[in-house]
Design a protein around this ligand. Structure first.
Ligand SMILES: [Zn+2]
Ligand SMILES: [Zn+2]
Ligand SMILES: [Zn+2]
Length: 167
């Protein structure tokens, strides 16, 4: 079996998830410092909540959690924080679920791509310049100008596949 790339392996297997969260927040701090962006307390907390697991998180669940923590946050506060995080590339939107996931790879220009497990709901970000290049090439060939690209592949993650075999 080929050795899986670390991000895909990580999100879909048992691992120290506290380390994932800590790592994501450290990367966010560094990125914001580098670009002169302000990671306010609410933006940081929203990011942390999104990183609570590898399943995409819905905006209304974030709102409920933030409200439980700090009284009534206005929905626009959450949506503005989400917009900021999306814009900064710290999170991505999973279009098929209308939910959000933390960015797990370094990509300067490549579009996000995901494997999404239909059992546990885990979304693993795939990093592949090859896919980006293939899409660019086909677009050029077709004279097509890309605005936005969504690549979400559904299936069964390694852990859930193992369990369904064992069961
Ligand atoms: Zn993790
Ligand atoms: Zn990403
Ligand atoms: Zn799964």
């Amino acid at each position: 079996m080929p050795h899986p790339t670390s991000n895909v392996a990580l999100s879909h297997t048992r691992h120290d998830h506290q380390a994932c969260i800590a790592d994501a927040l450290t990367r966010a701090d560094a990125l914001c410092r580098e670009r002169g962006l302000r990671l306010t307390e609410i933006r940081r907390r929203v990011l942390e909540l999104i990183w609570a697991n590898h399943q995409p998180t819905k905006a209304y669940d974030l709102l409920a959690q933030i409200n439980a923590e700090r009284g009534n946050a206005a929905p626009p506060t959450i949506y503005r924080a989400l917009d900021f995080l999306l814009e900064a590339g710290l999170i991505h939107k999973i279009e098929s679920q209308n939910a959000f996931i933390g960015c797990a790879v370094d990509h300067d220009r490549g579009q996000p791509k995901f494997f999404i497990c239909r059992v546990c709901g885990g979304a693993a970000e795939i990093q592949s310049n090859e896919i980006d290049r293939a899409i660019d090439r086909e677009a050029r060939r077709a004279g097509f100008v890309i605005d936005h690209q969504t690549l979400e592949v559904d299936g069964l993650c390694a852990l859930c596949a193992d369990q369904s075999e064992a069961g």
